[in-house]
Write a protein that binds this ligand. Structure first.
Ligand SMILES: [Zn+2]
Length: 435
């Protein structure tokens, strides 16, 4: 291979990693504020902690989700509750909009909650829903408005929070009480009844909120948000860099490859087929409405299989490595290929990294996201930089004559940048040169 332009210029032997930027600390979340910054004035008897727990998703929270099987009677009740919540949501949102247009001022969460007694007199069906569920609807409206104004402030052009159309409300939440778990593994909901639940794994931690959800395929779930003491894993000295690639799902810096699962291709075909059929059905016809379920079913199946795969992959990594460095996909370098298989893998990477972050934090592992700039163009051994077109699978360095798999080289760089940003030194690495 001819010696390409050396982008690092003068000194090829020095690692130019200081130029690559560092990732941000893993616990930082955009827009997150400490709860104590919120004034407690004006809170009169409302479950502050629970309202806050919805707003500030701390790392010590976890969701446990279970499938529930309501009886016909309960099903009617659940759907009625969803519809009442939808009506209230639209009503509160409308009130905010009107007030803003008339007076130029917004309404606060508490002003809105204070109107509930009058609302209940006007609309008696609201009394059929647990009062805290209704309060939670007001919190949701408040969050939607806050997000809207935040984005306005940031100079974006957000759409006004939308009114929910018929059947468009999919969940309601008990933020504090009104629900319980019975000894025979049922979930008992106030004003609805005791619903059969598949308790497939035990809940660990203190239950905070309970949310009932209807999926796009009309399956019902209950999810509990719990506060829990994270279980630290025993410390291990190993460090790993992970490069996600087009050929394999991910490449680890110790040479381990995580293959793309075969179902990515298969599901892509199934999705293309069913979406094509869906697009041919005329809008608004009963056939199309019926077929929507079939499309939702394919999406659901893809989501399940993908989730299963990424959960297993991320669990293995968190169990075996003490320091985990990944590239920051926010700095997106893969925007060039827009086929379906790509969108599936893209979504999988995001989910994979999110799960890695959560599992690493729980286990007490060090986790860092690094800027992926130049990680595939830089020699991981001597720091020489050269252009690497996508079809070149081997990084052959003209300076130190090392020959490495392209993805492995990138993974090694990601590990080095990550360790640098954490202020750690490299443990002795074992290289496996490409045959
Ligand atoms: Zn080199």
């Amino acid at each position: 291979m001819s010696p390409n332009t050396c982008l690092a210029k003068k000194n090829c032997t020095q690692l130019p990693f200081y130029k690559l930027g560092v990732g941000r600390p893993p616990s930082f979340k955009r827009g997150m504020r400490a709860p104590f910054l919120v004034s407690r004035q004006g809170w009169s008897g409302f479950p502050l902690d629970f309202l806050l727990s919805l707003r500030y998703n701390s790392n010590m929270h976890k969701m446990f989700q279970y499938r529930i099987y309501p009886t016909k009677k309960q099903l009617t009740k659940l759907i009625e509750t969803l519809e009442e919540c939808r009506w209230l949501y639209n009503h509160l949102l409308g009130k905010r909009k009107d007030t803003y247009e008339q007076t130029g001022k917004g309404l606060t969460l508490y002003q809105q909650i204070n109107t509930f007694p009058i609302l209940k007199q006007e609309r008696s069906s609201l009394s059929e829903v647990h009062s805290q569920v209704l309060q939670n609807v007001a919190v949701r409206v408040d969050l939607a408005m806050k997000a809207f104004f935040r984005r306005c402030k940031a100079g974006e052009d957000p759409g006004y929070p939308r009114f929910k159309g018929k059947g468009r409300n999919d969940s309601f939440t008990f933020p504090q009480s009104g629900f319980s778990l019975t000894h025979d593994k049922c979930v008992c909901l106030s004003k609805i009844g005791s619903i059969k639940m598949v308790y497939h794994r035990p809940i660990k931690g203190k239950i905070k909120t309970c949310t009932i959800q209807r999926s796009s395929t009309s399956k019902w779930y209950v999810s509990f948000s719990v506060e829990y003491e994270p279980e630290r894993l025993p410390e291990v000295p190993t460090q790993v860099g992970i490069d996600v690639g087009l050929k394999t799902f991910a490449m680890l810096s110790d040479g381990t490859e995580i293959e793309n699962p075969h179902f990515f291709r298969k599901e892509e075909k199934a999705l293309a087929k069913i979406q094509h059929k869906h697009s041919k059905l005329a809008n608004g016809t009963p056939e199309r409405r019926k077929h929507r379920k079939a499309v939702a079913r394919v999406h659901e199946r893809i989501a399940w299989r993908r989730e299963n795969f990424t959960h297993q992959a991320s669990r293995k990594i968190v169990n075996s490595y003490g320091v985990i460095c990944v590239e920051d996909l926010q700095v997106n370098r893969m925007t060039h290929n827009h086929c379906l298989a790509k969108s599936i893998t893209d979504a999988s990477w995001s989910a994979f990294f999110a799960q890695l972050t959560a599992k690493a934090e729980e286990a007490g592992r060090q986790f860092v996201k690094v800027n992926p700039a130049y990680t595939s163009q830089t020699c991981s051994q001597c720091g020489h930089r050269q252009k690497m077109p996508l079809d070149v699978r081997v990084f052959a360095c003209p300076c130190c004559h090392v020959q490495l798999n392209r993805d492995l080289n990138a993974a090694l760089n990601i590990r080095a940048v990550g360790l640098h940003s954490l202020g750690l030194s490299l443990e002795a690495s074992v290289l496996q040169p490409e045959e």
